[in-house]
Design a protein around this ligand. Structure first.
Ligand SMILES: Cc1ncc(C[n+]2csc(CCOP(=O)(O)OP(=O)(O)O)c2C)c(N)n1
Length: 825
């Protein structure tokens, strides 16, 4: 065989050419996306990048690849394998695509919107027109996911194009959707329900011979708030599926461009991507980018050239693609899914199109964007452009689609009932929402032998484990608590609740900032070896048959983590799912999740959750921010038994409350105010007998003063201070009653108690919070309804704009005054 040996001079030239070529390609790999042809209307054109100011055949080749209708951002990724993966695809010959199918999907997507415009003129639908390439994008993504083993797809999105996605990606019939426009059966939703472009939808589809369950998550108007909820749901599905979970449940989230850039909850959610308690093996994100946010231009809503720039907080690829090149869109869709499955990573597709109408169809966009809307007016729909490009006459398909839509409208008009767009999985069959009934109650106590056994297990660690001396002591105390030698504190009560439930088959999931140890150094769920920091979680070593127990330190976020746990609880009704705030006040960082999902989800969507929010609460002189969990806010949200608001006054009460939450079939959110200083207050500790008998008492009567003249009603820590004050005063005439459940308000229990306390004539609600906060305004009218024979007075701090003083001494003075007033006023 003859070999050709290149002379060294020739070799040097070739090498230098190769280096030059690489240099040019490198510049385009890095910056080509900045000059790619991404905007169908050529309205959003960036400045030329100075490093691309090159010429010659190599430049032309690199420009063709990197400045076409796909702009890939990937050179910021530190892993060369991942960069190569993207580079190879960008630089290879484009893969063939199924153009007939793409055309059909575009016709369906565009004509769907056009017909809605004609049939329901003047109603909002948030048309997808201008970005209808989303529909073939989703079809390709689903197909690719199925090829990788997906059996379920959980999707989330906002208003834009939602109805189109429900029809064409989830696969509901147009008639189901039209029923929303016809607004059939309005009586069924009096005072409840939601608008059609927020409702969730499910379906079972056949994709390439595989059955795929589709879930589109219900969401509120609040943009991006659904993102963590979606991922929590995905995680739950994946956990249910075991080892192959990440393969079987495929997450896909669609975003608006302005919302993507602006909403902090998405930044928080992105950061969950690789955290062990929260990862879902990568999410495919699609920015349905119409280069507008209501009336706002990109330059006004985003400090960077692309709305997608936030994604660069993760080392993940971003594919910008021109929505008017459906072939490129479909290719990118497949890449994104393959990348997700190959690297268990998030991926972003930035689908850049335009918005044919105003923000909604009743809005006139020519007032704010006159120039671009002059272009849009004469711009044909995408299916027409595409049909021309591929040389097919789309007219017959268009006609068929129109006829189908007309027919669907007729069907919708004949419907007597609005069809439910979703079906809950069978794991919800055993649970119920609706109004409370005493028939739901269960026995939450456990026997002494079981407590002793759990005590052994909870305090056990391997013999070679190097335990921290403080933790060792705590475990020794817990062991004594479990045999009745010491009273049981909150930390042990909680551990017993978790352990006993796990042994009964109830999975436990708790997440929050520093929740593994516990902010107040009280939980110690995870033992850390002092020599090598390896971990041992006694709750995970109870028995081979026990249910899964997971306790995670979360990222420093409230909205995303609470949203995630809410989502998780939505697909794990049999689990006790808890989110813990570091201090209760911080929960207001997650206000949208509380207002829009937790408190209203059942009313709006008929969707239940048994999520528990643990909110440390109590005035301890730590300042305006570490005192109040803002009980008033939760009480204001309460109606129609939508949730439970409780403040357990003792360790045993906490134990029974947690078990009640898991064991009843009633799936309602539980807002639970938890202690700080009370964690170590002997008064709040409970004897073993309160665990082996009893239950969660809504109202805790005062056994010490059976026939009082004065009754102090209260909730939480202040009650223990009142008890101590009574002792100091040697007062025998005052009963202190803890209202441990504030909602549903225990009217019957209080009425019963008042019968027992027949002699009492002075009845006072006492709270630590200022007059404009706390439970005061909520309980007073309710107490007055029950206690009619005497006026109900109140003792509280003076109304204030801030929950608490910043001075520890001022706090002590105020607290003393409260106690004095409670006994002397
Ligand atoms: C948190 C939140 N703030 C404000 C709004 C009001 N709002 C509804 S749509 C919209 C513009 C959204 O723009 P974009 O994310 O680009 O999506 P598009 O409607 O253009 O598809 C605004 C400001 C909202 N729904 N949610």
């Amino acid at each position: 065989m003859q070999t050709h040996v290149m002379p060294s001079a020739e070799l040097a030239v070739a090498e230098s050419d190769q280096r030059e070529r690489e240099k040019i390609f490198d510049a385009f790999r890095r910056w080509g996306y900045m000059q790619a042809q991404l905007d169908p209307l050529e309205h959003f054109v960036g400045n030329p990048h100075p490093e691309l100011n090159l010429s010659g055949p190599v430049t032309d080749e690199a420009r063709r690849i990197y400045c076409g209708t796909i702009g890939a951002e990937f050179m910021h990724m530190p892993d060369p394998e991942r960069r190569d993966w993207v580079r190879e695809r960008m630089e290879a010959e484009p893969e063939p695509v199924n153009r007939e199918r793409i055309l059909t999907e575009l016709v369906e997507a565009d004509v769907f919107e056009q017909m809605l415009q004609t049939l329901y003129i003047g109603t909002k639908r948030f048309s997808l027109e201008g970005d209808t390439a989303l529909i073939p994008l989703l079809e390709e993504a689903l197909e690719a996911a199925v090829e990788h083993g997906a059996e379920e797809c959980v999707m989330a999105m906002s208003h834009r194009g939602r109805l189109n996605v429900v029809a064409h990606s989830v696969g509901r019939t147009p008639a189901d959707i039209f029923a929303g426009f016809e607004d059939v059966d309005p009586r069924s939703t009096l005072g409840g329900g939601d608008v059609k472009y927020h409702q969730g939808a499910t379906n079972t589809r056949q994709i390439n011979g595989h059955t795929v369950r589709m879930h589109l998550v219900s969401n509120p108007s609040h943009l991006e708030a659904v993102d963590p909820v979606c991922l929590g749901r995905v995680r739950a599905h994946q956990v249910r599926d075991g080892k192959a979970g990440k393969q079987k449940t495929f997450p896909l989230i669609m975003h608006g461009d302005a919302a993507y850039a602006g909403q902090g909850v998405w930044a928080e959610t992105l950061n969950l991507s690789h955290l062990r308690g929260y990862t879902v093996g990568g999410t495919v994100n699609v920015i349905v980018n119409n280069l507008l946010g209501f009336t706002t231009n990109p330059a006004e809503s985003c400090s960077t050239r692309f709305a997608s720039d936030l994604s660069k907080r993760l080392p993940i690829p971003i594919f910008h693609v021109n929505a008017e090149d459906p072939d490129a869109v479909v290719r990118v869709a497949r890449w994104a899914v393959e990348y997700r499955y190959r690297f268990a990573s998030d991926v972003v597709i930035d689908l850049i199109g335009y918005r044919r109408h105003g923000h909604s169809e009743v809005d006139d966009p020519t007032i704010t964007q006159p120039i671009v809307y002059r272009k849009i007016k004469d711009h044909p729909p995408l299916y027409e452009i595409y049909a021309r490009r591929i040389g097919v006459d789309a007219a017959p398909q268009v006609e068929r689609m129109r006829a189908r839509m007309q027919e669907a409208k007729k069907q919708a008009q004949q419907m007597k009932k609005k069809p439910l767009l979703y079906k809950l999985p069978s794991y919800w069959d055993a649970y119920q929402g609706g109004l409370y009934s005493p028939a739901l109650e269960v026995n939450t106590s456990i026997d002494a032998a079981q407590i002793a056994h759990l005590g052994q297990l909870l305090t056990h660690y391997p013999p070679d484990f190097h335990i921290h001396p403080k933790v060792k002591k705590l475990l020794e105390q817990r062991l004594e608590m479990s045999t009745g030698k010491l009273r049981i504190d909150y930390g042990m009560a909680e551990a017993l609740a978790f352990a006993s439930l796990a042994m009964q088959g109830t999975p436990i999931r708790l997440s929050g900032q520093d929740s593994r140890r516990g902010t107040f150094n009280h939980r110690h769920s995870t033992l850390i070896d002092v020599e090598d920091e390896h971990e041992y979680v006694p709750l995970c070593h109870l028995s081979p048959e026990q249910a899964r127990v997971e306790i995670y330190n979360s990222e420093l976020s409230e909205a995303a983590v609470l949203g995630f746990e809410y989502g998780y609880s939505r697909d794990f009704p049999e689990a006790l799912v808890m989110w813990e705030a570091q201090f209760g006040d911080f929960a207001n960082g997650a206000q949208i999740i509380i207002d829009q999902f937790i408190s209203a989800g059942e009313e709006k969507w008929g969707l239940l959750t048994g999520l528990v929010m643990l909110l440390p609460h109590g005035y301890e002189g730590q300042g305006p921010e570490h005192s109040s969990a803002r009980i008033e806010r939760y009480l204001q949200l309460c109606a129609r038994d939508n949730m439970q608001v409780c403040q357990p006054s003792s360790a045993a009460q906490y134990f029974h409350l947690l078990r009640r939450q898991a064991m009843r079939a009633w799936r309602k959110p539980l807002v639970c105010f938890t202690p700080k200083s009370m964690l170590r207050n002997p008064q709040a500790m409970s004897p073993l007998a309160s665990f082996t008998g009893g239950r969660f008492e809504l109202v805790v009567a005062d056994e010490q003063v059976p026939d009082p003249k004065r009754i102090l009603l209260c909730s939480g820590k202040i009650g223990h201070e009142l008890v101590a004050e009574r002792k100091r005063r040697n007062d025998q005439e005052t009963a202190i009653v803890f209202v441990d459940q504030l909602y549903p308000f225990p009217e019957a229990e209080i009425a019963e108690l008042m019968k027992r306390y027949a002699r009492a004539s002075d009845i006072i609600w006492v709270q630590e919070e200022p007059a404009n906060m706390g439970a005061l305004w909520f309980v007073i009218p309710r107490l007055r309804r029950v206690i009619t024979r005497h006026p109900v007075r109140s003792v509280k701090r003076a109304a204030a704009a801030s929950p608490a003083t910043g001075s520890a001494k001022a706090h002590a003075m105020e607290q003393k005054t409260l106690l004095t007033l409670a006994f002397e006023s």
